[in-house]
Write a protein that binds this ligand. Sequence first.
Ligand SMILES: [Zn+2]
Ligand SMILES: [Zn+2]
Length: 120
Amino acid sequence: MGKPIKIGIVVVCLAAAVFLLARHFGKSAPAPEEGWQATIWHCPDCNTTFELTAAEYKSRVGTLSYVPCVSCEGVDAEEVYKCPNCNGYYPPLGHGLRGTHCPLCKEELPNLGASRLGGG
Ligand SMILES: [Zn+2]
Ligand SMILES: [Zn+2]
């Protein structure tokens, strides 16, 4: 008699876990190591801009503390964001902050979760 109840509890727990995970990923800024989104990097040494998915980022960075440039293997690559309005690249406002408006064309940016400036 207890079996269906147990299965019911498991299902509820799974649903709760999925819900919490979805909420977690929806609210937090997508850090490269846990986010699924591609990150964009700019190397000032050779002026190359390149994209890395989370998987590519992991395999490329490995145990390093920097992102090696795909072109010149330079150590100075910095994360940048791409504006969907003007297709320009701009540096984050702070650690992982995309901002709400593009600093290049001043257009409002779509809310991708990372546009929150904290607090809320
Ligand atoms: Zn480079
Ligand atoms: Zn723009």
